[in-house]
Design a protein around this ligand. Structure first.
Ligand SMILES: [Zn+2]
Length: 134
């Protein structure tokens, strides 16, 4: 089973078949948002009282340590760590914009891109270099 970890505290944010985030919407309302650990599956679960709209910017937070998960690549992308069964870690970046489907997974060498909106982020930083792809 793949684990998902917070890059700040290394806390486990995958529990069972969901990755758990605390999010804040445009109205500064806070709630829990559950995403699929399957990359490319953009279904999400939330309580119906928490309203979000397509195109809205959500701030993602670690539910364990409360750190903001915004990446240093782009303010629209959140950053989490994926650890596979062998203990190998890669960085996963995904869009914080509601309804925008773009996910990037990188082991520092290559970037695996998923989602039909991924072309919006054509410069990708790996290590300390910027690499263009597409
Ligand atoms: Zn954390």
């Amino acid at each position: 089973m793949h684990d998902f970890l917070c890059p700040k505290c290394n806390g486990h944010i995958r529990v069972g078949s969901h990755i758990i985030f605390k999010v804040k919407n445009d109205k500064k309302q806070e709630a829990l948002l559950l995403l699929s650990p399957q990359i490319g599956n953009y279904t999400s679960l939330k309580h119906p009282s928490f309203e979000i709209q397509a195109g809205e910017y959500l701030e993602y937070y670690c539910p364990v340590c409360n750190s903001e998960l915004i990446s240093d690549i782009h303010r629209n992308l959140a950053h989490v760590i994926l650890r596979d069964e062998t203990g190998k870690c890669s960085d996963v970046y995904f869009s914080q914009i509601v309804g925008e489907h773009s996910t990037f997974e990188t082991d520092g060498e290559s970037v695996h891109v998923t989602g039909e909106d991924a072309g919006r982020y054509t410069y990708f930083k790996i290590g300390d270099k910027f690499r263009k792809y597409f």
